[in-house]
Design a protein around this ligand. Structure first.
Ligand SMILES: [Zn+2]
Length: 170
């Protein structure tokens, strides 16, 4: 059932893409095709993600504190990006910060996230995004515990948790 729905959606995308190509003059073709790709990706994501997952990862939203499903998760495992499934954090560096969001002392590997200055809301913070798909994950602060003193404050909605005992299953 799920597969046939996805197949149908893919087909409709293909049709509308072909229609677009047919209706475009040569000059506008490349820009329109480019915009179309972006639009299709966002449309796919809207179907794949829940509203809060979409809001957090694509619109830099923040889930309300203490509402995320992984705030109090301390089982062993890996946290992967909800959008592209890149492994981002491990349970080994997760700690209970009490702030209402999952908190990590470190990233699984430095290259897994991108850090950029964020001055929205009248505060100076460092935004954390997925290095592979640019999904917004949360922010990092310098008030964490040793050894890194970092507190990666990450929205549950931006991640999927894979328990260790299920690693390797697919
Ligand atoms: Zn990602």
């Amino acid at each position: 059932m799920y597969n046939s729905v996805r197949g149908f959606l893919r087909l409709t995308h293909k049709l509308s893409y072909q229609q677009l190509v047919r209706n475009q003059g040569k000059a506008g073709f490349f820009t329109s095709a480019w915009k179309m790709v972006d639009k299709v990706d966002k449309a796919e994501l809207r179907k794949k993600l829940t509203p809060i997952q979409y809001n957090v990862t694509q619109e830099k939203g923040t889930e309300r504190p203490f509402t995320g499903c992984y705030d109090k998760t301390f089982e062993e495992g890996t946290y992967v990006c909800i959008v592209c499934e890149q492994p981002l954090f491990t349970s080994k560096s997760k700690f209970d910060s009490g702030c209402g969001w999952p908190a990590f002392n470190d990233v699984l590997d430095k290259g897994r996230v991108k850090l950029s200055p964020d001055t929205s809301g009248g505060r100076i913070r460092t935004e954390v995004t997925c290095s592979k798909c640019d999904a917004h994950l949360g922010h990092v602060f310098d008030d964490g515990p040793p050894p890194t003193r970092k507190r990666f404050c990450i929205n549950s909605a931006s991640m999927n948790f894979i328990p260790s005992n299920k690693a390797g299953d697919s």
